[in-house]
Design a protein around this ligand. Structure first.
Ligand SMILES: Cc1cc2nc3c(=O)[nH]c(=O)nc-3n(C[C@H](O)[C@H](O)[C@H](O)COP(=O)(O)OP(=O)(O)OC[C@H]3O[C@@H](n4cnc5c(N)ncnc54)[C@H](O)[C@@H]3O)c2cc1C
Length: 374
């Protein structure tokens, strides 16, 4: 594969070495930002350098990160911070392009009705605006070189719904750049035709590469065109499109309901991995009821919270502001050590008793009184 992470050079500049004893990073950032947006002492920031409509109510933003951002691998996501009404807010977005020599990165954002960040990025963000960038995260990438030989022999299947196409598009582009070393079929769902992102590029790639197939499936379009299908993801649909499912390695991405269905209907595949863009629907996990005491060891406080919700939501409801990123258990921004007590993983239903050095607040709910290092 030719798509290894491209990290910018990390050599400290002369001006930084000279200024270090004289000025704090915060003061430097303030003045540097006035002179040249995107400059920072040590914070990864990115400046929007181009924006392009990707579909109805969706936009691709090309961003120039500063030298502090560490690069990514196709299929990963990052947390992006934007200033909306004077307040910095952060959401996760997938990188839709592949690593470039100039270091620029692309995200493709779909507007969510009433959504704070997506409305800002799709409607108001302009070229020149500066965003904060978190490190890239996510495991749904192409296998490492060490395993590529084994993996290349098996064909792949990508299942994407809505914005779930973005990380998979990055992988398709990386695969195309590597001359499609194995068969790849992408099945892509949207409600209406106008919502499909990258449709022309995907069709073009499929025409040029015999090993790549794409199927567009619609759920709310009254009239179908040639090569379009209709209906939700089901076992029958998958069997008709991918008769060799048992041979395939599957990546699925989209809302949590779609990912749950994908996990069920593609369970017989050779391998299956998925990432959901929305918090777990909890349909598979038995409800927890009642209240529990959450003792915060560092701040010496004890809160009474309802057992059914995630610790992150419960703490926020009590006015606390723990760090968070993706809210689906992937980016690990909200990791916090648990000293004792029982918690349940809301994605899997697994119980964890006692000490846990890496409890993810966003997808864990308390099942007993617990003590956190907060
Ligand atoms: C790993 C990961 C990767 C992702 N990648 C992408 C991507 O590539 N592209 C993409 O478009 N999205 C992606 N997302 C989703 C993205 O992170 C955001 O969740 C999405 O853009 C919505 O954020 P928002 O700030 O616009 O909406 P929010 O403000 O968070 O609102 C979400 C919903 O809640 C409703 N809401 C907000 N406030 C209230 C309130 N006070 N009362 C009632 N309802 C309310 C809104 O109307 C909206 O429907 C990804 C998510 C994850 C976890």
């Amino acid at each position: 594969m030719t798509t290894a992470t491209l990290a910018p050079s990390r050599r400290p500049g002369l001006w930084r070495r000279l200024l270090q004893p004289l000025v704090s990073p915060e003061v430097f950032d303030f003045w540097a930002g006035l002179v040249r947006p995107g400059w920072s002492w040590d914070r990864p920031l990115g400046r929007i350098v181009a924006r392009q409509e990707a579909a109805h109510e969706a936009v691709t933003l090309l961003i120039q990160p500063n030298r502090h951002w560490q690069g990514f691998t196709p299929g990963q996501h990052l947390n992006v911070g934007v200033q909306v009404d004077g307040r910095w807010v952060q959401r996760s977005y997938s990188l839709s392009g592949i690593p470039r020599r100039d270091g620029r990165i692309a995200i493709t954002v779909r507007r969510v009705e009433g959504g704070v960040v997506s409305e800002h990025l799709t409607r108001r963000a302009r070229v020149g605006e500066v965003l904060t960038l978190g490190p890239a995260f996510g495991e749904m990438t192409w296998p490492t070189r060490a395993t590529t030989e084994r993996v290349e022999q098996a064909p792949w299947l990508f299942l994407a719904a809505g914005s779930g196409i973005t990380p998979l598009m990055s992988l398709v582009r990386a695969w195309a750049e590597a001359d499609m070393p194995a068969g790849l079929t992408l099945v892509y769902w949207a409600r209406t035709r106008a919502e499909f992102c990258f449709a022309d590029e995907l069709r073009e790639l499929a025409m040029r590469n015999g090993r790549f197939r794409v199927h567009f499936v619609l759920t709310r379009e009254p009239q179908l065109r040639d090569n379009e299908l209709q209906g939700r993801l089901s076992e029958a649909r998958l069997a008709s499109l991918v008769p060799d499912l048992a041979e395939r390695q599957v990546y699925a991405c989209g809302p949590s309901g779609f990912v749950d269905t994908a996990r069920r209907v593609a369970g017989s595949a050779r391998a299956f991995q998925a990432e959901a863009f929305t918090p777990p629907a909890l349909t598979t996990v038995a409800p927890l009821t009642g209240t529990v005491a959450v003792h915060l060891a560092l701040s010496q406080r004890t809160l009474e919270v309802t057992a059914g919700q995630s610790l992150l939501t419960a703490l926020e409801a009590q006015g606390l502001r723990p760090a968070f990123g993706c809210r689906i258990g992937v980016c690990r921004t909200c990791v916090c050590p648990k000293q004792n007590g029982s918690t349940q993983d809301m994605n899997t239903g697994d119980m964890h008793h006692g000490h846990d050095s890496a409890l993810r607040l966003c997808v864990s709910r308390p099942a007993s009184d617990i003590t956190l290092n907060l």
